[in-house]
Design a protein around this ligand. Structure first.
Ligand code: AHR
Length: 644
């Protein structure tokens, strides 16, 4: 059992810790939006996937008397005009029996016993009399909920009806039953659970928003990631296509559809039901600063590497300017008006904008310059974020002159923050905890926009969120706090993973059709983000910052509002470590401090079968005057709060 005395200097004015230090990064990867946070249960609801029948099937088996087409038929109709929602389905019912059309949902549909489901469909009746009944099916195709029949008539109209599930089932499906004789057109076949976050109609999954809220994020970076860049420029994220009436948002293929050849997801599209208005609304609900990233006129440099010629870049810059107006502009501005029409008269108070995701090289800076110039001219207070590429340094396995070049070029500009990304080993995190100690204090701030410990290796599909990674992340994050004058934002990546449809591991939060599983990294993020403080002060042993000597990493902050000292101490040793932490500048603490502690074996993982294997636990510590005695468990992350 090693021992040490640590001294924390409360008299020290310290560095300002930004309230945005810990945030979240939402990207539509791993079915995080459609099939995830966005609570829509019907896949390919408007038949816009490149295969119009994707997700749909005609389950009717031929009987002794009738072949299947004799019941009815489905025909995809594609309009030739250039409109966002070009397709609908024409249903013919022969009258011999009901015609059935099933939807498989996103890897099944999760139903909860006694919960209501809100079904809606847009219908135009062409001839005859056909009623539509919505049915909830369990995993054995038994009906567990049925709506009243909808008798549609006349031209295109929306019909809505509610139904209740009599059973909980993780892998159900959905059925439309057409009865009568005649023909009708259907579009926007949609169903949401009635328990969406805040009960919103085009809503989000409540359990997932609650998990995000638990992280107390200071900001939310969205919508990506590589989806911003697109595999090709045509597939890039265009925020203007994601606002306004949901049926007018043009569905596009998700860039992660076939990106991971080992994990193809040919049914991965973006309907944009979760679009920019909803992202801003989510940020507001979470109390987080919205931080959108826009395409900078380049597609992913790992894929098509397309460049928009400089003399055609203006529409891209204009998109960024219009986005700021959409978020913050008044009702009489062109884009502010659209926000107001969507139901948000107040501005969203957007303060940050990121230009490009993970771009590098001279072409990026040529384009970045134009964005920065025009944004700063029109919105001088907007904080503009540049990228420094996908890697932590030029010494990474892919040797391209990205990182050093970026930091060199950035001296020419006025970027407020520079985005760094690293997916790396736990060992790297421990060794690089002093990374920001030597960064220039008089330059741009650092936004660590994507990072995560990788148990097997960068982009390995065998990565897991084991405790070794989360422990190293906790140790590394003490380096963010010690350098709070340089690092003003950081977020783990990626955020969400649908366990049945994913492309990237590890992730912060896992989910299936009904439940949420928080990873070990989630808990570490939560421990830090719930205990930020507003001033970073030194915590030292033998006059030195605690950056791994004797396996101990530490940071200390003060919360001036509550007059509390907050300590984060990480023990990466395989044995207990005892210490006395003495505070300079404090005569006496309150007699009890709270300790939130998480410890386990390096290989431990929280799983569906054992979700509580390693989770934080709270206890009290008796304080002696201005001294806090601590016994740090082996492999532990510890957050201590005490009133001064
Ligand atoms: O987080 C997953 C991906 O990693 C992001 O889309 C991209 O920015 C990075 O390469």
């Amino acid at each position: 059992m090693a021992q040490q005395t640590m001294i924390v200097d409360v008299n020290n004015q310290g560095k300002v810790v930004e309230p945005t230090l810990y945030g979240i990064f939402f990207e539509d990867i791993n079915f995080a939006a459609d099939g995830g946070l966005y609570a829509e249960l019907i896949k390919n609801r408007s038949f816009e996937f490149y295969e119009p029948m994707m997700g749909w099937s005609e389950p009717q088996e031929p009987s002794a008397y009738l072949s299947r087409p004799e019941y009815g038929s489905f025909k995809p109709i594609t309009k030739m005009e250039d409109v966002p929602n070009r397709r609908y389905a024409q249903i013919t019912v022969t009258g011999k029996d009901s015609y059935l059309l099933d939807n498989e949902g996103f890897r099944g549909i999760g139903y909860k016993k006694d919960l209501g489901y809100n079904f809606s469909v847009k219908v135009a009746s062409l001839k005859g009399n056909v009623t539509i009944t919505a049915q909830l099916l369990d995993s054995t195709k038994q009906v567990i909920g049925e709506s009243e029949p909808i008798a549609a008539s006349g031209d295109w109209k929306y019909y809505t009806v509610s139904l209740v599930s009599s059973k909980t089932d993780m892998k159900g499906s959905f059925r439309l039953k057409f009865t009568g004789e005649g023909q009708l057109d259907i579009d926007m076949v949609s169903m949401f659970p009635s328990d969406t976050w805040k009960g919103r109609k085009n809503g989000l999954r409540k359990d997932l928003v609650q998990a995000l809220k638990g992280l107390h994020p200071g900001f939310i970076r969205f919508p990506g990631g590589c989806v911003v860049e697109g595999h090709t420029l045509d597939e890039r994220y265009q925020w203007k296509n994601t606002i306004g009436p949901v049926e007018d948002r043009k569905t596009v293929i998700n860039r992660w559809n076939d990106e991971r050849k080992e994990r193809p997801a040919y049914d991965y599209f973006q309907t944009y039901g979760l679009g920019f208005y909803e992202y801003f609304e989510l940020a507001e609900d979470l109390g987080a600063e919205p931080l959108p990233i826009v395409n900078c006129g380049m597609s992913c440099q790992f894929n098509a590497k397309e460049l928009v010629p400089m003399d055609e870049l203006q529409p891209f810059v204009q998109d960024a300017l219009d986005l700021i107006e959409f978020a913050n502009g008044s009702a009489d501005s062109e884009w502010g008006k659209k926000r107001v029409e969507m139901g948000h008269p107040e501005p969203f108070h957007m303060k940050f904008i990121g230009i490009g995701n993970e771009q590098w090289g001279p072409q990026y800076f040529e384009r970045y310059k134009e964005f920065e110039k025009q944004i700063k001219e029109k919105y001088p207070d907007m904080k503009v974020i540049s990228t420094s590429g996908p890697l932590a340094s030029d010494d990474a396995p892919i040797k391209i002159d990205m990182f050093d070049y970026a930091h060199l070029r950035l001296k020419e500009f006025n970027a407020d923050l520079v985005d760094e990304h690293y997916y790396t080993t736990p060992d790297w995190l421990l060794k690089n905890v002093t990374r920001y100690d030597s960064y220039d204090r008089n330059s741009y701030k650092i936004f660590v926009g994507e990072y995560a410990g990788q148990s097997e290796g960068m982009t390995s599909l065998n990565n897991v969120n084991n405790w070794q990674c989360a422990l190293a992340e906790g140790a590394y994050m003490t380096g963010f706090e010690r350098n709070a004058d340089v690092v003003s934002m950081a977020c783990y990546a990626p955020l969400l993973k649908n366990v049945d449809a994913w492309q990237w591991v590890p992730d912060l939060i896992y989910f299936n059709n009904l439940n949420v599983l928080k990873s070990t990294s989630y808990y570490v993020q939560k421990m830090y983000s719930s205990n930020v403080g507003n001033r970073d002060i030194p915590i030292r042993a033998e006059g030195k910052d605690l950056t791994g000597q004797n396996g101990i990493y530490a940071s200390a902050t003060v919360d001036d509002k509550t007059n509390e000292l907050i300590l984060k101490v990480v023990n990466v040793n395989d044995s207990e470590f005892t210490t006395n932490i003495t505070a300079k500048g404090v005569k006496k603490f309150k007699s009890k401090a709270t300790l939130t502690e998480m410890s386990g074996n390096p290989k431990d993982v929280d799983t569906w079968n054992d979700s509580q294997k390693i989770v934080p636990a709270d206890s009290e510590i008796k304080v002696k005057g201005n001294m806090i005695p601590l016994s740090l468990k082996p492999y532990s992350v510890n957050v201590i709060r005490v009133k001064m």
